[in-house]
Design a protein around this ligand. Structure first.
Ligand SMILES: *Cc1c(COP(=O)(O)O)cnc(C)c1O
Length: 372
């Protein structure tokens, strides 16, 4: 009889409770149409050029992909004007985050530092690797207390995570603040990598005012992550990448599972990089929708935080419950995000949708707030 058991770090994880699928919600509430505004996906869907590339290459799916994704590497190097030797590609940013923690942190000895709340994957993957997470609370207004974060750094720190623009608030520090923090981190310890997650950076109005990557001057202790899941519209194919110090990029390719980026994802990614028309429409849709939703929610009495991303964090007028709002919208076919898992039970997050989704969301919000 099998008598093995899970490692303590795995037993301690909270079981993952997936939200209802679109099909389940449709059946449960007898709805014809569901609008998902919960996961910050692209409101316009998949880039047409990527769809065509997937169809064109479908018959090659019986082949293994080429190791090392050299064509995508070359295309990304050109897109961001950085050396290929600094780029790594993974099965979503998720794989890049997980692998960097495992590459850089010695279990039980080394630590990572991040804000609280932050994207849950950083602390969860650290816990799985038995790496201690040191956390600094965000300020009341969700801005970054850089000195507080720096105070969590010591000799054992191997990774410091920043998310810019931040999830779930949409806050985005200036490039000067980020550059200054990188310099102070380097003074304190030369052994820590500042890993900046720029999953939403291309939605901000002026990238060069916020991104070291866009400025073309990445300090030696900084890595920058981006993804095809949001503005490039390929969340379901799982494709993310990072620009790292060369020595880490080289280690990453040795440690990565050889075929973790699949053949169709690579073809779709290559095509998505060239679909400038889709990109332009995406930015227009997000910038226009962000303004519309923000102003409309404020007019309804909600508190809305300024966002540089394709989502908004908001709180209802005092008498209304976030959970009731979430459930009422759900029963009308609109999925938004309750932020319990970020320890923000009174807050809600909505992804910017297309015009049909935005109107449906605002109509249901007005109806909900009108009833209380
Ligand atoms: C959506 C998101 C990502 C993207 O993750 P993928 O694995 O590339 O889909 C990364 N970081 C943050 C903070 C996100 O919200």
């Amino acid at each position: 009889m099998y008598t093995g058991s899970l490692r303590a770090q795995i037993s301690a994880l909270d079981p993952y409770t997936p939200g209802l699928s679109i099909d389940e919600i449709r059946q449960k509430f007898g709805l014809a149409q569901i609008f998902k505004m919960a996961s910050n996906e692209n409101p316009l869907g998949v880039p047409p050029l990527a769809q065509a590339a997937i169809a064109r290459h479908a018959a090659e799916a019986f082949r293994y992909p080429r190791g090392g994704n050299p064509r995508l590497l070359a295309a990304l190097a050109k897109f961001h004007k950085v050396s290929e030797r600094r780029i790594v590609i993974g099965n979503g940013s998720d794989e890049v985050i997980d692998l960097l923690i495992r590459m850089l942190c010695e279990p039980t000895r080394d630590t990572i530092a991040c804000f609280s709340p932050c994207f849950n994957l950083y602390p969860i993957q650290a816990q799985i690797s038995d790496v201690t997470v040191k956390r600094c609370p965000l300020r009341e207004d969700f801005s970054f207390d850089f000195n507080g974060l720096l105070a969590q750094v010591d000799d054992t720190t191997r990774l410091v995570f920043l998310t810019t623009p931040d999830n779930p608030s949409g806050f985005c520090p200036t490039v000067d603040e980020v550059r200054d923090f990188a310099a102070k981190l380097e003074q304190k310890t030369s052994k820590a990598l500042l890993l900046i997650d720029e999953a939403y950076m291309d939605f901000c109005e002026d990238e060069t005012a916020h991104s070291l990557l866009a400025c073309g001057e990445i300090p030696s202790n900084v890595g920058i992550m981006r993804t095809f899941s949001k503005s490039f519209g390929l969340a379901g194919l799982r494709l993310g990448y990072a620009i790292l110090p060369e020595v880490l990029a080289e280690g990453f390719w040795r440690a990565r599972l050889p075929f973790s980026v699949n053949l169709l994802a690579e073809e779709a990614g290559l095509a998505a990089l060239t679909d400038l028309n889709f990109r332009e429409k995406t930015m227009e849709t997000v910038h226009h929708g962000r303004k519309l939703l923000s102003e409309s929610l404020k007019a309804m009495g909600c508190t809305v935080w300024p966002s540089a991303a394709n989502f908004l964090l908001f709180r209802l007028p005092a008498s209304a419950s976030a959970k009731d709002c979430f459930e009422t919208l759900l029963s009308h076919g609109i999925i938004i995000r309750l932020l319990k898992s970020y320890s923000l039970p009174d807050h809600l997050r909505v992804s910017i949708g297309n015009s049909q989704e935005n109107s449906a969301f605002l109509k249901e919000m007005a109806a909900f707030l009108g009833r209380i």
